[in-house]
Write a protein that binds this ligand. Structure first.
Ligand code: SF4
Length: 427
């Protein structure tokens, strides 16, 4: 049995996945790297896939049928790029592909990928997924430790990303915040990978790293301009967070003089937790063993998040991420959670929350043909009407976007005009 507190290089000797490498598609770059560090913390070799590029889209188009959503094309393309490398032995590869229940195609990605691998001679490569049979259970006795480490990694990476987006629009020297962020990410990944696995000591090590990161980014020279339009960014989780898929839309917003407030990954985790409670309640099993397990997990996750966010209270004042119940409450008049499922509820609820917080505009990032984006787009005119005419605009991506710059330029002008007449002051 692995001794708690061992260094990561000792841990690999005990890993049930020894000799394999997990490849993670970086939904968000920082979160992907931090999540890979969480795997390494329990002795499993892991890394994010190499950066997406033209070859990604070429391979994605070759291996999918064309009916799938854009995130499927990007992730399949990136995975196949790894597998076609001459130095990679597919039988030592584990491809990380989360799954989810829900109304859209996402739940089919993992089975679909399995079929693609089988049909193209890559049967040896396996898929690792949080809810499939070949789950974190593959980590044996370390699966619980991994789940908690992975959660802390995601929370910490979200915090770092928020710091990046709070400072980058105002940097005096171009590139200086990105540079500080890069150093911070290395620091955080090192802390996650090498911290003791004992929960309190691990939490302390990650928190210490975040405090160093906070101070490092704070030390970068910036010039804040309160008249900068603040734009809430909601939408489909992969496309919203993956800068390759969305053509780095938040950075481009910044180039047009805006600041982005991007919905993060943990929002989805809180939503799935809350869905678990709703389903248990519907089945009359809220007060059952499953209910107790869900309650404990939710509580522990809240405690971890609270501890990691504590050093950033001042930094994020006025930019607090809402409790999931508040998001669902905001969505209620438009898409009640009992009648609609998934990201459309979050996008609409978050758009309402952001409008109340006084943002100057909201954009919804979705893959072309994404059901969630299409439903949300139909609701937004009403949300806008109910909130002083705040400009809300959908941006769809499929790798062929050509007018993004023109559209963003026009959109920022709309946000500026709303900023001058809006009733809700920014917190
Ligand atoms: S959320 Fe949209 S893009 Fe993602 S799988 Fe569902 S339909 Fe496709």
């Amino acid at each position: 049995m692995l001794s708690i507190g061992a260094r990561s290089q000792d841990r690999s000797a005990e890993s049930p996945l020894k000799g394999k490498t997990v490849y993670i598609p970086p939904m968000a770059y920082g979160s992907g790297r931090a999540f890979a560090a969480a795997f390494r913390a329990v002795g499993v070799d892991a890394d994010i896939v190499p950066p997406s590029d033209g070859r990604t889209l070429e391979l994605g188009a070759r291996y999918i049928s064309g009916d799938e959503c854009y995130p499927a094309k990007v992730t399949v393309g990136d995975f196949m790029k790894v597998l076609e490398r001459p130095d990679v032995d597919p039988s030592r590869v584990l491809l990380f592909m989360p799954t989810a229940d829900g109304p859209c195609r996402f739940g089919q990605y993992a089975p679909h990928l399995k079929n693609i691998l089988a049909a193209n001679g890559y049967e040896g490569a396996e898929i690792i997924s949080p809810t499939s049979e070949n789950s974190y259970g593959g980590l044996g006795a370390l699966s619980r430790t991994f789940v908690r480490t992975g959660w802390r990694a995601l929370v910490a990476a979200d915090i770092l990303q928020r710091m990046l987006l709070r400072y980058r629009p105002y940097e005096v020297v171009k590139g200086s915040v990105d540079e500080a962020y890069g150093i911070c990410l290395d620091d955080l990944c090192d802390a996650i990978e090498n911290a003791p696995l004992n929960p309190p000591r691990q939490l302390q090590a990650i928190r210490d790293s975040l405090v160093r990161c906070r101070d490092r980014i704070r030390a970068v020279s910036i010039h804040r301009d309160p008249s900068t339009p603040l734009i809430g960014v909601v939408g489909e989780i992969f496309c919203r967070l993956n800068t390759f898929s969305n053509e780095d839309v938040v950075r481009r917003l910044e180039e047009y003089g805006g600041e982005g407030w991007l919905s993060d990954i943990t929002e989805w985790v809180w939503y799935t937790n809350s869905e678990t409670f709703r389903k248990l309640r519907l089945a009359g099993r809220l007060y059952s063993k499953d209910g107790l397990v869900a309650w404990i997990r939710n509580r522990v996750q809240h405690q971890d998040e609270h501890a990691l966010l504590a050093p950033f209270r001042e930094e994020f004042a006025g930019r607090e991420e809402p409790d999931i119940h508040e998001v669902l409450e905001c969505a209620q008049p438009y898409l009640p959670r009992d009648g609609a499922l998934g990201e459309m509820v979050l996008s609409v609820g978050k758009a309402v929350y952001l409008a109340k917080k006084g943002v100057d505009g909201i954009i919804d990032i979705s893959p072309f043909t994404c059901m969630n984006g299409i439903v949300s787009e139909a609701i937004y005119p009403r949300v806008s009407r109910d909130h002083g005419g705040i400009p809300i605009r959908n941006f769809y991506f499929d790798g062929t976007q050509s007018d993004l710059d023109r559209d963003l330029g026009v959109y920022i002008e709309l946000a500026r005009s709303y900023q001058n007449r809006k009733a809700a002051a920014r917190a």
